[in-house]
Design a protein around this ligand. Structure first.
Ligand code: SF4
Length: 67
């Protein structure tokens, strides 16, 4: 099975948090963070639709998926 990699462009991330709402299993924002933390950079395919939603929701276009 192909591995999905989640990559966040930390230069673009402005902590809007939509990704965390869309896929809380993958993204989190801790106190004092200056960009989002990817909890799970290689989530299973069962999380793909949530990660795709995060990609669409991110107002900064900061998230991408690599297969
Ligand atoms: S939605 Fe985009 S800008 Fe907002 S925290 Fe996630 S990666 Fe950063």
């Amino acid at each position: 099975m192909t591995v999905m990699r989640v990559i966040v462009d930390t230069q673009r991330c402005e902590l809007h948090g939509e990704c965390m709402v869309a896929a809380p299993e993958v993204f989190t924002i801790e106190a004092d963070d200056t960009f989002v933390t990817v909890l799970n950079p290689e989530p299973g395919q069962h999380l793909r639709s949530k990660v795709e939603e995060a990609v669409m929701m991110c107002p900064m276009g900061a998230i991408r998926i690599e297969d």
